[in-house]
Write a protein that binds this ligand. Sequence first.
Ligand code: NDP
Length: 456
Amino acid sequence: MKVVNPATERVIKNINIDDHHSVEEKYRLAVKAQQSFARSDIPARLEIVKNFSALLLKQETKLASLLTSEMGKPMAQARNEIRGARSRITYFLEKSKQVLSDDVVLEHEDFREVIIHEPLGVIANISAWNYPYLIGVNVFIPALIAGNAVLYKPSEYTVLTGLELQKLWLQSGLEQGLFQTVSGGGGVGEMLLELPLDGYFFTGSHVTGKSIYQKIAKKMVPCQMELGGKDPLYITSKNHKLAQVAKAVVDGVFYNNGQSCCAVERVYVHKDVYHDFINVFVKEVKQMKMGDPMNEEVFIGPLARKEQVAYLQEQVDDAVANGGKVLSGGKAETRQGYYFQPTVIINTTHEMKIMIEESFGPVIGIQMVDDDQEAISLMKDTAYGLAAAVFSDDQQQALNIMDKMDTGTVYWNCSDRVSPRLPWSGRKQSGIGVTLSEAGIRAFTKPKAYHLRSKI
Ligand code: NDP
């Protein structure tokens, strides 16, 4: 398989991909290694995870530049991603022992009830390319701490990072077989679905997720789906610091070139602040530095995938054809690499693809609303349910709106943010199951109920 740098369109590496035989071999090795790993104690596993985190710190520049070279994430954001991953690991290191400890839920003189949290076994972690460290860590860290073995299938667009992760685990002291990277495209991912694994943890698009979910259903094993979104953000009339709001919204929309599952994908603005907001927002957008992602000053790099350029152009053209007005950008850059100009479109409606379909790129549609009621109904007009944000100086107003959102996450005066302490979950087409938080640690275990009578 050829690995192409999206900034230069040059092949940077050719790698061998897995086939049925090698995938089955990896599975056999994982089963064997997991049996003894499940009997190891949690502090010993935590030590290995600590070593892994220390290696991420030590090798930050090398790992960040590898990621930048294969998927185009600007260097500063690649470093941030690795730092973010380490901070999530710190949470897991602090919390897991308590969460995975046996729970004595009843203790009478001659009778006890205890819950033991057993590992699932060998699990598949099928992952996306947009944040391979962050979304990988959400799954493989708690999975390993709980005593599972992981077959990790990175996206073909971040396969080098995936292979590097396997090396890091071996260097951290993890026994061979417990974390194995499976290389290749969707076809190799399918091979994992054919194995009798004990759990499937998928991050990716709704279309792929749904098809995997259907195939796994017959196995009756845990199957979690972290899928896409079309996250709305609403700026109410009660906003007096529009310059700060605009900066925050630019970050929510354009960070990682808009290629974030929880990126702001559509904006609604109350008519009272609409024109002032648009002015400052467009100014902010035009200040973003686009260019070579290896340059630490660059904020917008190339898109990770070539096909995405045409996909975004189609969304923009569709919006314009239906009455949208482009205030910034609107087309691909005429330079080498998969660059698309940061694009702002106003006068949008829900008749346009840009307000309905996940964009996953540096484009945003903005729609004016007359009141909160209209904003709420537009925000809820979606098949997705990942996150929704409200900007307002009035907390109660924001909370009233957030309460009505059918999403796994809601934000007040912030967006595009994930915390290891809070559950990360999508509703409707955004997925099923939870990563992060205590629930995201327990997700990698199965409870066993012990009824213990000491006297008959
Ligand atoms: P895809 O659904 O295209 O791919 C996800 C993973 O599945 C990749 O490893 C892919 O391999 C693999 N895959 C593809 N086809 C199959 C198949 N038939 N069987 C098994 N595996 C398969 O998503 P992207 O990688 O493009 O990721 C972007 C999507 O992920 C966006 O929708 C985004 O919103 C979502 N996402 C959701 C997150 C969340 O937490 N909710 C977080 C991050 C992203 P390959 O790439 O090699 O084809």
